[in-house]
Design a protein around this ligand. Structure first.
Ligand SMILES: [Zn+2]
Length: 269
């Protein structure tokens, strides 16, 4: 899987910047390109001016004193990942982390932030974590290989305002639970889900009971939420066990529906 596809798998919105596939160095800056970790940066831009990624141009083309690309991913304020390079980039410089050193050994993410106390949007921080989880899966490393530039070298302060121990914990949680984990439900969502599950359980128990081993039984299909005919059953049916198993199997899809419905309501649709 390539870098943009892996990011998308981890729930990140991606813009593929033209030429990303061949931008960067196959060798140099510490050997052959072989990333085994990631260094997190802030861009130290001039502040949000209605542009999602004001540092995109400089990260692609570099500065007079530093050849581009300056990272592989520019992370916009919106949490959109602009993939600009697939190969080695100029970002980490001198220093090291977990026995890694040199730009050839690490991915670089430049997240848009002034570094002067500008608030980090939650959506951007979440995407920052997801990008690191994606890079971990892509290159086969764990959360312990994620560091801040300020940890790579004491001469840097980026990413300012982000606690890297908390950051690594968030990446670890993602890698443990996978890319498709739902956000935890709030109390209102849980109450709605319990209502729905109670209704499902009651109705399924009724239907199964009515079957009584002779009449074809009906249940709700887990994927479609429509009533479907199930194989006629003979003998004693443990209605409570069947209902419990069905409710269990419906848990995730119902939770997703509840979250979706709540989202619509909150958006005023
Ligand atoms: Zn940096």
């Amino acid at each position: 899987m390539n870098l943009p596809d892996m990011l998308r798998k981890w729930g990140v919105n991606v813009v593929e910047f033209p030429g990303w596939q061949t931008r960067g160095w196959l060798s140099g800056y510490g050997g052959a390109w072989n990333p085994r970790g990631v260094v997190c940066h802030h861009t130290a831009n001039g502040g949000y001016r209605g542009i999602d990624a004001p540092s995109l141009n400089v990260c692609v083309n570099g500065r007079p004193d530093l050849a581009g690309p300056l990272c592989q991913i520019v992370l916009g304020y919106s949490g959109t990942a602009y993939v600009i390079a697939a190969l080695g980039a100029n970002h980490a410089g001198k220093g090291g982390w977990a026995n890694l050193s040199g730009n050839a050994s690490v991915w670089g993410i430049e997240a848009e932030n002034t570094g002067l106390g500008e608030a980090w949007p939650a959506v951007q921080v979440d995407a920052f974590h997801r990008c690191c989880a994606a890079l971990g899966e892509l290159s086969g490393f764990g959360p312990e290989m994620v560091c801040g530039h300020k940890e790579w070298t004491p001469t840097k302060i980026d990413p300012a305002g982000l606690d890297m121990n908390q950051f690594r914990s968030a990446v670890a949680a993602l890698l443990d639970n996978g890319p498709n984990q739902e956000d935890e439900m709030n109390a209102e969502q849980e109450a709605i889900l319990r209502d729905i599950q109670g209704w499902v359980k009651g109705n399924i128990a009724q239907a199964v009971g009515a079957g009584n081993g002779k009449v074809p039984l009906y249940a709700i299909a887990a994927d479609t939420n429509v009533w479907v005919k199930v194989k006629p059953t003979t003998g004693t049916v443990d209605t409570a066990a069947v209902a419990a198993a069905l409710v269990e199997s419906l848990g995730d899809s119902l939770a997703a529906e509840v979250a979706d419905e709540l989202g619509k309501r909150l958006a005023g649709e």
